[in-house]
Write a protein that binds this ligand. Structure first.
Ligand code: NAP
Length: 444
């Protein structure tokens, strides 16, 4: 009997796992389940809308999805429509490819004031994620603070200062373009608690900041290190040297002629969100590096800002039937193995690090493990799963349904844009029903 395999999560790690299972020639049926009606996870909802070249990788996932034996079930939510325990009772193998969807909390005084956002919600908002499209962030002041020195902080900073022309050719929803373009934002501050040598920006993304149409990067040359940590590997040293060279070139850039500024502020640890009920400013403590970590110096400074966006990493929340390392924010696993027939891949396995292609090797590893550890199928899989969904009244989306949405999004795009994203699940259901000649929005 073929193995029945459920992969929960239709992002990169889910699709790479499905492809690896198929490529090994394992006799199996694979059902890829996602809480959203739309596939591709972080490619659609996380990768910045002005990075369409990165989003193109979804074409590979599309080929995987259309292979014999693979089905997509969108709009099926773990916890709401089915539990991990139920999935495990129906499938021989369950692979958790669910990412780390929550923000790590910003632990500062006043961190719950209006105008404080986590990257998961802010990125979700500008990317048209149905759960965050109503965020309506406070963007009514000239200054915005972004906390964190990783690529997500760069994405957010960059998108807050792009011109309308730059945004129009992306798949950013109209509401986000209008909110940013109608805002008075002129200065975005990106705060790192350590120095430029410790920043996690990749160099291509950092250099992109120097090429923005109406924004100039600002950095204090005094912040540049005199020497680079001699204990770094050659590879890491080269990466740091490249970033430092880029920062030095930023420091020499003439700010005249451009209307907006993106300030890189190092050795600055957020301490307090200022203001009464909403963000009016940010208090930071100057730091020095002690044993590689940021240590406070007892010197403070304030900057005014109307919003503070924390891009300080992601985590997982609790999931019934899954052991979670709450500190690391991911599933407790041994090289992908969680329990008999239960595996984790991608950020759910490793935590939120690495680039999209890092997920490929997770897929290869899990496929090899499944081949060796679960040779024979015994559970009903797909038909029993569909019975379960029908009994719960779940309106699931197939990959063919997604293709209808996809065509609609492409057909309604602004001039020069790749698509106009549908951001409302009810609208997606109505569209599919209309395409199928169904009058009401119930049943599958
Ligand atoms: P990240 O690269 O791990 O960066 C997190 C940043 O937050 C670090 O600078 C960290 O500082 C800082 N931080 C953590 N806790 C903090 C606190 N309490 N106060 C102040 N700062 C704090 O994470 P990310 O930016 O979320 O990115 C996640 C992954 O996705 C990364 O692997 C990234 O490269 C990838 N990604 C790639 C792209 C791209 O290739 N274009 C785009 C987006 C994301 P410390 O270093 O001091 O801990």
């Amino acid at each position: 009997m073929p193995l029945s395999i459920a992969i929960v999560g239709a992002g990169p790690s889910g699709f790479y796992s499905a492809q690896a299972l198929i490529s090994r020639g394992i006799d199996c049926h694979i059902d890829i389940v996602d809480s959203l009606p739309t596939p591709f996870g972080l490619i659609r909802g996380g990768v910045a809308p002005d990075h369409q070249h990165t989003k193109r990788v979804s074409r590979t996932y599309e080929e995987t999805a259309q292979q014999e034996g693979i089905n997509f079930y969108g709009n099926v939510q773990l916890g709401r429509d089915i539990s991990v325990l139920e999935l495990r009772s129906l499938y021989d193998v369950v692979v958790l490819a669910i990412g780390t969807p929550l923000d790590r909390g910003l632990d500062v005084i006043g961190g719950r004031k209006r105008g404080v956002y986590g990257a998961a919600e802010f990125v979700g908002w500008y990317n048209g994620h149905p759960a965050y499209r109503h965020l309506a962030p406070l963007l009514d002041r000239k200054e915005v603070a972004v906390i964190g020195n990783g690529n997500v902080a760069l994405d957010i900073g960059r998108l807050l200062v792009r011109t309308r022309e730059e945004m129009n050719v992306t798949d950013m929803p109209d509401y986000a373009i209008e909110a940013i373009q109608n805002s008075p934002i002129t200065d975005v501050y990106i705060f790192g608690r350590r120095g430029p040598a410790e920043a996690k920006f990749t160099n291509v993304e950092l250099r992109e900041i120097g090429q923005l149409k109406n924004c100039v990067p600002m950095v204090d040359p005094e912040e540049m290190p005199d020497e680079i940590d001699p204990n770094l590997s050659d590879r890491d040293r080269r990466l740091v040297e490249r970033n430092i060279a880029t920062f030095r070139s930023f420091a020499e850039t003439d700010p005249k002629g451009k209307g907006k500024r993106l300030h890189f502020c190092f050795h600055s640890m957020p301490m307090e969100i200022l203001g009464d009920d909403r963000v009016e400013g940010l208090r930071l403590q100057r730091t020095q590096i002690v044993d590689g970590q940021a240590a406070g110096t007892g010197r403070y400074y304030d900057i005014p800002c109307g919003a503070a966006i924390a891009a300080i990493g992601y985590r997982m929340g609790p999931i019934e039937g899954v052991p979670i390392d709450l500190r690391g924010g991911h599933v407790i696993n041994k090289d992908g193995w969680v329990a008999e027939g239960l595996y984790a891949v991608g950020w759910a396995k490793r935590g939120p690090t690495g680039v999209i292609s890092t997920n490929k090797s997770d897929g290869d590893i899990v496929a090899e493990r499944i081949e060796n550890e679960i040779p024979l199928g015994s559970k009903p899989g797909r038909p029993a799963f569909e019975d379960h969904l029908r009994a719960r009244g779940v309106r699931w989306f197939s990959f063919e349904d997604w293709k209808v949405l996809d065509e609609n999004e492409k057909a309604t795009a602004r001039d020069g844009a790749p698509r106009r994203k549908l951001v409302d699940i009810d609208d997606m259901i109505s569209l599919i029903n209309r395409s199928q000649g169904v009058a009401s929005s119930t049943s599958e």
